[in-house]
Design a protein around this ligand. Sequence first.
Ligand code: UD1
Length: 415
Amino acid sequence: MDSLRIEGGVPLKGEIVVSGAKNAALPLIAAGLVTDGTLRLRNVPDLVDTGSMEVLLRNHGMDVGRTGDMLVIGGSATNFDAPYDLVRKMRASILVLGPLLARYGQARVSLPGGCAIGTRPVDLHIRAMQAFGAIVELADGYIQARAPGGLTGARVVFPMVSVGATENAMIAATLAKGTSEIVNAAREPEISDLAECLIAMGARITGHGTDTITIEGVDSLGDATHDVIPDRIEAGTFAIAAAITGGELTLQNARARHLDSLFEVLRRCGITIDENDDGIRVAANGGIGSADITTDPFPGFPTDLQAQFMALMCLADGSSRISETVFENRFMHVPELMRMGADIQVDGGIAMVRGKPSLTPAPVMATDLRASVSLVLAALATEGTSEVSRIYHLDRGYSDLEAKLGQCGARMHRV
Ligand code: UD1
């Protein structure tokens, strides 16, 4: 099994081009199922997860081709089963439910199964499809859904904010008869990106980016060409890499307005962030101040940057209270950071981090995507050699991580 050997202590300096967003690309690829036409997606990151979504669409009978960072999705689905073997690899596979039901009136999707960061149910996805008139049964570990006469527009009120359920509901509603309203919708930039792509196909959607999305159903959707937005979580991770190593990085192709909550906190920690023609420059100024954060749906602090920020706070001048409200059990990086000498106490969804001047190198183990990269960041900031094992998680969400950080001075290689 691959691991990363990292010789830390080098301030990272240079420029990094941010890739297309994984979490935007996954629902966009799934949306290829809802159109009669051809969907051309540009700036699609080449990741294990996007590859898994391509395989899933091919399994449904779609034609999917990749040239560089462009994916072309066409044809029609002939198989409506998303099997456990594919779905268990990636929870976002649930995103085929809405498009298959809306366009073909049937879908059989495996329940995603356990995930390391909490129970993560899919009840909100199912409830939305039922609101649109689908008949849904759970049997043999599968969601079996039918809508023989097509879906009907409805008002869907989510009791909590869910990115994936909002995406599934929005895609399904594009072909439902009549008007739909999604209330308490997620406002993540990835939702707006999906809405823009669906609109380019001919969907009638307003209110995306707010907590109420209105969709007027249409009879069919057509061709579209769409550019995937830059990955705000990758950009945020690199911003923290600059801060934690005492370096300076310019992030090309990143959108500052997608990272307001992180940048506000980093500035409070004494990090300089400015936007110029080359991109967003993030520079440390000697010493890291401490700050408290609470994760929340967008525009709040992203849960997907919580682990990376915690690594930074392990080296801050002072204490930090990190409150995780989006997922239960998203502190698996804590024991690993403590193996490197970090001082962290967890009580339920709250972690108290007491910053230290330095950490010590240690062998550590990656547990999920963002936890893994937080360990890489901690290792980059630590004098000596650390080894991060089980890094296959990293390949699910970061393209060319070693090359991108390596060109900025990081000494890391796969063993
Ligand atoms: C997406 C992101 C993930 C990110 C998360 C929160 C993708 C592919 N993944 O995941 O990186 O961490 O948003 O920003 O975009 N929930 C339910 N019932 C449901 C659905 C969700 O209770 O039917 C709960 C979850 O357990 C969690 C919370 O809602 O506690 C938010 O989850 P959700 O926004 O749905 O996350 P994902 O879409 O899975």
